[in-house]
Design a protein around this ligand. Structure first.
Ligand code: PRP
Ligand code: URA
Length: 207
């Protein structure tokens, strides 16, 4: 699939399998999700723009690199929170926005309950973080809002994606880069990813 990167690194796949396991409890789930998120960050940020700058080492002047744009991490609450801290460890200077979205069980429509974003998004590289891309409704709602607020450069990091969710995002955002650890088989009749890992928010927080 175009502009979809599946991160097949053995450590990611090893941890993902443990996340899928139904016996994995919240404490372990949080740790594993964090480790995967950090590993995925390297791949998801590989194409970030840098500009050349000069730097003076203790011995001489040389040429180095500096990120071109401010990075903004935007976790989709709640489950995206499980990936935030590990990303901040790798990108400590990132700013953070929050989007609270809840999928209604009967309609599978996502509704906002919280929005807070840093200013001047048009100058930033936005990394939208949500472990699950199921119907794609939450991701599209989040992307629509980010674009309304001025974001022009966005990438999506989702641990597990359903083909239906990718197709939905693609319909509105043909070129958006998507990074995932797995494209699973399909959605079930109530909008859960198969084989998936269940409800990511519930498994993270034990609800
Ligand atoms: C889950 C998940 C995604 C969304 C994906 O969140 O974390 O945000 O579902 O589903 P979609 O692609 O069909 O929109 P949920 O709404 O269950 O909220 P939670 O994270 O608080 O559990
Ligand atoms: N949200 C989840 O947390 N899991 C799914 O399988 C689908 C949506």
């Amino acid at each position: 699939m175009k502009n979809v990167t599946v991160i097949t690194h053995p450590l990611v796949q090893h941890n993902l399998t443990r996340l899928r396991d139904r016996v994995t409890q919240p404490q372990e789930f949080r740790r594993l999700l964090g480790e995967i998120a950090a590993l995925m960050t390297y791949e998801a940020t590989r194409s970030l723009g840098v500009k050349q700058i000069s730097v003076r080492t203790p011995l001489e002047k040389t040429v180095g690199a500096q990120l071109e744009k401010q990075i903004v991490l935007v976790p989709v609450l709640r489950a995206g929170l499980g990936m935030l801290e590990p990303l901040l460890e790798v990108i400590p200077h990132a700013l953070v926005g929050f989007l609270g979205l809840k999928r209604e069980e009967s309609t599978l429509r996502a509704h906002f309950y919280h929005k807070s974003l840093p200013k001047q998004l048009h100058r930033c590289e936005v990394i939208l973080i949500d472990p699950m891309l199921a119907t794609g409704g939450s991701a599209v709602a989040a992307l629509d809002f980010l674009c309304e607020q001025g974001a022009t450069s966005i990438r999506l990091v989702s641990l597990v994606a359903a083909p239906e969710g990718i197709a939905r995002v693609r319909k509105s955002y043909a070129k958006l880069p998507i990074f995932t650890a797995a494209i699973d088989r399909q959605l079930n009749e109530v909008g859960y990813i198969l084989p998936g890992l269940g409800d990511a928010g519930d498994r993270l927080f034990g609800t």
